[in-house]
Design a protein around this ligand. Structure first.
Ligand SMILES: *Cc1c(COP(=O)(O)O)cnc(C)c1O
Length: 222
């Protein structure tokens, strides 16, 4: 049986140096997170606000917490003070709530816009046209305390590599198109969050700059 240290070393060795690894720790215990922290990992991803709050209170404060779940407006006030980056932002109403809370607490919120690239209906995010419309109509005064750092997406959960590859390419195409425009030039728009345990190889081929990996590090979730 491989150890956490083996798996961590193997995954890190498979990533190009410019690609960031987020260890997805949802449902994992504080002790498991601590073990990976002790191996040097600092960026962890959580999906549920309550779980994030409980863990953040018990773990070292140099951990960078990435909020990768679906964020409801009512939870923004809990997540914002803890999150280094919020990955799942999918529309103006959520942006308004993030802006309101960031302004009130004197913070700048760093976010990714989530794009729906998968076949599954259940995955959240903006369609390509919705994304481009949002970017086109970006209101810098309305969202003055928000920095859009990039895009995030999840491919269809399938064995069909060609489908997954084409979904990642679609997302990468949108990323490069927005990067080439002027809207987020001052935001540090440099992050393309795509790839998980089963598809991060394909995501890297398509240009991912950040992979979110849980199972391949910690084993199957309980
Ligand atoms: C759970 C989750 C992951 C990690 O999935 P694994 O298959 O365990 O690597 C990545 N991204 C998001 C958004 C998730 O919810």
């Amino acid at each position: 049986m491989s150890t956490l240290a083996d798996r961590y070393a193997r995954i890190k060795a498979s990533l190009p140096p410019h690609v960031e690894l987020i260890a997805v720790s949802k449902t994992r215990s504080v002790a498991e997170i601590r073990a990976l922290y002790d191996l040097g990992q600092r960026a962890f991803g959580e999906n549920y606000p309550q779980e994030l709050r409980e863990k953040a209170a018990l773990l070292p404060n140099d951990i960078q917490w990435h909020f990768i779940g679906h964020l409801q407006r009512s939870n923004v006030k809990h997540v914002l003070p803890l999150a280094h980056l919020i990955h799942g932002v999918d529309g103006p109403k959520l942006l308004d709530e993030i802006e309101k809370r960031a302004r009130a607490t004197g913070r700048t919120a760093h976010v990714l816009l989530q794009v729906h690239i998968a076949r599954e209906e259940t995955k959240h995010g903006l369609s390509g046209p919705e994304l481009l419309a949002l970017v086109e109509g970006w209101d810098a005064a309305r969202w003055a305390h928000i920095r859009v750092r990039g895009l995030m997406g999840m491919a269809t959960d399938t064995e069909d590599d060609d489908l997954v590859r084409s979904e990642f390419r679609t997302l990468a195409g949108l990323f490069h198109r927005i990067q080439a425009g002027h809207t987020f030039r001052e935001h540090g728009f440099d992050t393309l969050s795509m790839g998980m345990t089963n598809d991060f190889g394909l995501a890297l081929e398509a240009g991912s700059t950040l992979v979110r990996i849980g199972t391949a590090l910690f084993g199957p979730r309980p």
